[in-house]
Design a protein around this ligand. Sequence first.
Ligand SMILES: Cc1ncc(COP(=O)(O)O)c(C=O)c1O
Length: 354
Amino acid sequence: MPHRKMFTVGPVEVFPEILDIMSTPVVGHRTKECYELYARIKVKLQKILYTENRCFIFASSSSGIMEAAVRNCVKNRCLNLVNGAFSERWHKMTISNGKSADRLDFQWGSPIEASKVDEALSSGKYDAMTFVHNETSTGVMSPIAEITEVMKKYPDVIFLVDTVSSMTATKIEVDKLGIDVCLAGVQKAFALPPGLAVASISDKAIEKAKTVDNRGYYFDFLELLKYYEKDQYPTTPPISIMYALDFQLNRMIIEGLDNRYKRHNDMANMAREWAHKKGFKIFPKEGYESVTLTCINHEGKVDVPSMKEKLAQKGFEISSGYGKTKEVTFRIGHMGDIGVNDLKELLEIMDDLI
Ligand SMILES: Cc1ncc(COP(=O)(O)O)c(C=O)c1O
């Protein structure tokens, strides 16, 4: 299949050196080499998440950890903050796992508002809350620091955070923000092939899990912990992606995390400027635009499937709109290993198509 350069919102462009590393001979998951590999990954994840919490791998995509988080950490009632398709999915998951939950809705395109969160939590009904930092469906990045300030008033509420499309692209200081479970899949800003997800899990979340029944087996935090302490994983993990993750974490550290954040910011500015120049609106409310994707509101004026087809013929791919905004938006992903020159190349081609 001819290669299309991916300016998508996940999975994203994976560089050849990553694919090469994945051809390292596979070792067994109960070998010293595999334990050492996991041990190296853990330490580096702690570094990139600014945390002393344990950092786990999960043999799944991000949704596996979203489900695990509510299964392990909700005992009484969960508050699901909803402002797009993925945060809505977390609410549905919470309910379908037999948990009591309420959704607090915000308009699609708007961020989660701290004052409304405070009002809901002050009811005292909730022992856990789900929050999606970067709503990939709408391109909104909610103000996590403001939400954190509210959470300080409710220390018994477990703070479950989806940073699926923001982790490693912007600074997320897990300990400072008091995040109990901070999760992401590696096919987004980590720029690895899909099939593995990661999460930091606090002692508070582990203690909570001890009080919750029916946590299942596959993603039971306590079972995962038992193996974690031996640098092991309870079942067979995707070892080839673990090689790639170990390698990619080194590359991130060599690039410098601040440089990485700046690169994402620069790309986001470039994409927004291009959209404005073309006369489009940006879908998210001003001031809350994502740094990893730009969700463009074309108001139904662009034939997106036809544009995508033309782009594909030139060797490029972008993402359509998603969920209820599908017909009026398209999304340009700018996350992972690509840089401003790559994005410039794409936008110049798009200039001729629109
Ligand atoms: C914000 C967000 N949360 C959750 C998911 C689900 O991730 P996965 O497909 O890795 O399970 C996605 C996928 O795009 C996402 O963007």
